[in-house]
Design a protein around this ligand. Structure first.
Ligand code: G6P
Length: 372
């Protein structure tokens, strides 16, 4: 009913607009007065967590992209190797696990059969398991050693939006908590990152409130048959998620690529008018990837691509090569996915709506896949 949708036309639109609180509520109550992270709910001993020397993230669909975002941040902050694996691939390849391996599952529903089976398998092999989950009392948390709940609230639309941002947030908290326990970051560094995280909800709100251009572009592009997405580093999974949203909602062929891979194949796809979305790293990125991605934009544009860029506010360098730029507020480079994802979600929602599709119940898809 209209009331359930809180005045929005669709659950998807409502849920995209609930993202500021999905992130804020996931952060809530997880720090003490001194600004230290307290994750009491993680019922794995501090000693065990101090001994963790490898992390394996297991998930499927959008949740796996949240895991890939987390990999970049956790490896950077904790210096612990993180593997992200699709849960349905994991247990069929003799994975190497020991008691110092922490297995982190990510699941909105907590009921995805592939992920559940992967978690069971990991436990049998002796790993410690933590579930990042949005659904209280669901099966995956019950079968894990510990759970870190995301507080996105119930997600009704089949394609995941607010749960994704909440999953990234929770995974960041887990990474920072490990960094705190293992003394991989100074207290002040953790405080600074938590401070930047606490500003994210208001920044998402700003992205939501300035999304008219995204919507207009989506409506103008409703007859598009193929869209490519490029991203690099922590922006790469954002590109993958942008493409997935478009497939799920608008049934358009969409593909995400690591921008560095462009020259190894995907650039052959570019011809006159091919839309290419580019998620641009922060100009402050410590690896200077910004310049490399800007040259990727030039390369595809020179071959006729219609370039749509998502960049950080103040990034003037992208303007000359982009048909259209969507700016998101500045934040730490590692936190950018919490902002750059939002215009891509809105684009997919609006384009699918313009085509007259049911965005809450896309064809052939289920909210939770409880069969293998
Ligand atoms: C289904 C849904 C996706 C979701 C995936 C994983 O495919 O349509 O939106 O990302 O399952 O679901 P989970 O509940 O485990 O996060």
């Amino acid at each position: 009913s209209a009331a359930e949708k809180g005045g929005y036309d669709t659950f998807m639109e409502k849920e995209i607009n609930e993202q500021p609180s999905a992130v804020a509520d996931t952060l809530l109550g997880r720090t003490d007065a001194a600004g230290r992270l307290v994750l009491d709910e993680l019922r794995i001993s501090e000693d065990e967590l101090r001994g963790v020397n490898k992390i394996i993230v297991l998930a499927a669909g959008t949740s796996a992209y949240a895991g890939t975002v987390a990999k970049y941040a956790i490896e950077h902050w904790c210096r612990i190797p993180v593997e992200v694996e699709l849960s349905h691939e994991f247990r069929y390849r003799d994975p190497i696990i020991d008691p110092n391996t922490l297995v982190v599952s990510i699941s909105q529903s907590g009921e995805t059969m592939d992920t559940l089976m992967a978690v069971r398998y990991a436990r049998e092999q002796g790993a410690r398991t933590i579930a990042i989950c949005n659904t209280n009392g669901s099966t995956i948390p019950r079968e894990s050693d510990a759970v870190l709940y995301t507080h996105a609230g119930p997600e009704i639309a089949v394609a995941s939006t607010k749960a994704f941002l909440a999953q990234i947030t929770a995974a960041y908290l887990l990474g920072l908590y490990l960094a705190q326990l293992q003394r991989k970051l100074f207290t002040q560094q953790i405080r600074d990152i938590l401070g930047a995280l606490s500003e994210i909800p208001a920044k998402i709100q700003q992205v939501l409130e300035t999304s008219d251009d995204v919507k207009e572009l989506a409506r103008n592009m409703k007859d598009t048959t193929s869209v490519l997405f490029l991203g690099r580093n922590i922006g790469y999974p954002v590109a993958l998620e942008g493409a997935l949203k478009l497939k799920e909602l608008a049934y358009i062929h969409a593909e995400g690529f690591a921008a560095g891979e462009l020259k190894h194949g995907p650039i052959a796809l570019i011809d006159e008018g091919q839309p290419v979305f580019v998620v641009v790293p922060s100009p402050m990125d410590r690896h200077s990837l910004h310049a490399k991605v800007v040259s990727n934009i030039q390369e595809v544009r020179a071959r006729g691509a219609k370039t749509v860029v998502v960049a950080e506010a103040g990034d003037e360098a992208v303007r000359d090569y982009a048909e259209q730029v969507f700016y998101v507020p500045e934040t730490l480079p590692m936190l950018m996915p919490l902002l750059t994802t939002v215009p891509l979600q809105i684009f997919a929602l609006e384009l699918a709506s313009a085509k007259g599709y049911d965005v809450d119940q896309p064809r052939n898809l289920a909210k939770s896949v409880t069969v293998e």
